[in-house]
Ligand binder design. Structure first.
Ligand SMILES: [Zn+2]
Ligand SMILES: [Zn+2]
Length: 371
């Protein structure tokens, strides 16, 4: 649950403070309420989380602008949820904590926590599948820890050697006059160790391509472009970092009868001009349990007229258990080949119509001439 307290107040900074001031203020709070310094202290834990959340918003120009203009409500509108726990906070600010607390100083081994990459999987569905929703098992490859060396990159049974560049210290000290400058060793990336006998399975990388099966629950109403986020199914993190997420991106295949427009569906049916004139009943396919539905074509239906079937569209992904509508456009077919008898009847029909049409036609020309 995101905090409801004012973020500026939480960090004790003014509304016009700059990025540096905000970072300094957060550093102060993070040091004071850090869980390592306050084990088991619920109050400190809350403060620590609150400060992290305030900092997460105020350090980000975009989020800060939204917060300044619309407050907490505005951020909630963007899907901002704050942090659920320490793990979240450390993975978001891992590099900052290293800066703050000076990890890597005094010869300690510096290992960066890195979150795993997100993955994307494109999934094609039929309109029927999108209507009902379904569970789909997807199979994909991702980087995971090598099971031969348990992710260490070292052949089991052998030991890593001391880094020859930094002699195991993880950093290099340069002297410049009176000053000493410490930099992370580039040979071992600060770990102080190098692999002497790399694992053959993963060539020392510590990770290999793994095949992964994941059961994805697809809710009814998904559309092309819908993204389902499956937490933790992305690639594994490094040095204890959290895994990334898997994003399943939905594509809906074209349907032979229905066009989709958001939650609504559209289709066309064709009736003969006699059916349009006299009225009739026709069966049309619908999605869902009914499969078919009879609709009435009213007497005197004009070409292009639209019949709306409420609730016969797609289930709405966002509006709970509601459904869109189905719009049926009635097309009217004019016969192209007439039998002798049909021609006689239509000619007869035309004679009956003539007076009306003739009258209209005269009116029309009178109007044009301004009579
Ligand atoms: Zn080294
Ligand atoms: Zn390996």
């Amino acid at each position: 649950m995101p905090s409801n307290r004012d973020y500026y107040e939480i960090l004790g900074v003014s509304r016009d403070s700059n990025e540096d001031e905000i970072k300094r203020a957060y550093r102060k709070f993070a040091l004071k309420y850090h869980p390592d310094k306050n084990p088991g202290d619920k109050e400190a834990e809350e403060r620590f989380k609150e400060a992290a959340e305030a900092y997460e918003v105020l350090r980000d120009r975009e989020k800060r602008k939204i917060y300044d203009l619309y407050g907490h409500e505005g951020l909630r509108g963007t899907g901002f949820k704050g942090f659920s726990g320490f793990e979240d906070i450390f993975s978001a600010f891992g590099d900052i904590f290293e800066d703050f607390f000076g990890f890597g100083g005094k010869g300690s081994r510096r290992t960066r926590i890195i979150r795993g990459n997100d993955l994307r999987y494109d999934l094609k569905l039929t309109l029927e599948e999108a209507y009902t929703g379904k569970e789909e098992e997807i199979v994909f490859e991702k980087w995971g820890p090598c099971d031969t060396c348990s992710g260490t990159g070292i052949t089991p049974g052998t030991e890593p050697g001391m880094c020859p560049n930094c002699h195991g210290r993880g950093e290099i000290v340069h002297s410049q006059g009176f000053f000493q400058i410490r930099t992370t060793c580039s040979t071992c990336n600060g770990t102080g160790q190098v692999i002497v006998d790399p694992c053959r399975r993963c060539s020392g990388k510590g990770k290999i391509r793994l095949e992964r099966n994941v059961l994805v629950r697809i809710p009814p109403g998904v559309d092309t472009g819908t993204q389902l986020r499956i937490r933790g199914e992305g690639e594994s993190g490094e040095n204890g970092g959290p895994p990334g997420d898997l994003f399943v991106v939905i594509y809906i295949k074209e349907h032979e009868f229905f066009d989709r427009d958001g939650d609504d569906l559209k289709c066309q049916i064709t009736v003969s001009f006699v059916q349009a004139a006299l009225g009739t009943e026709v069966s049309i396919p619908v999605l869902g349990d009914d499969e078919e539905r009879r609709i009435t074509i009213q007497e005197g239906t004009q070409p292009g007229e639209i019949i709306r079937l409420k609730g016969k569209g797609m289930p709405s992904l966002r509006r709970g258990r509601r459904y869109g509508d189905l719009f049926v456009q009635v097309m009217v077919k004019i016969p192209t080949r007439l039998s002798q008898r049909q021609r006689e009847l239509l000619t007869e029909f035309g004679k009956l119509e003539k007076q009306k049409i003739g009258a209209k036609t005269r009116d029309f020309w009178d109007k044009i001439r301004g009579v």
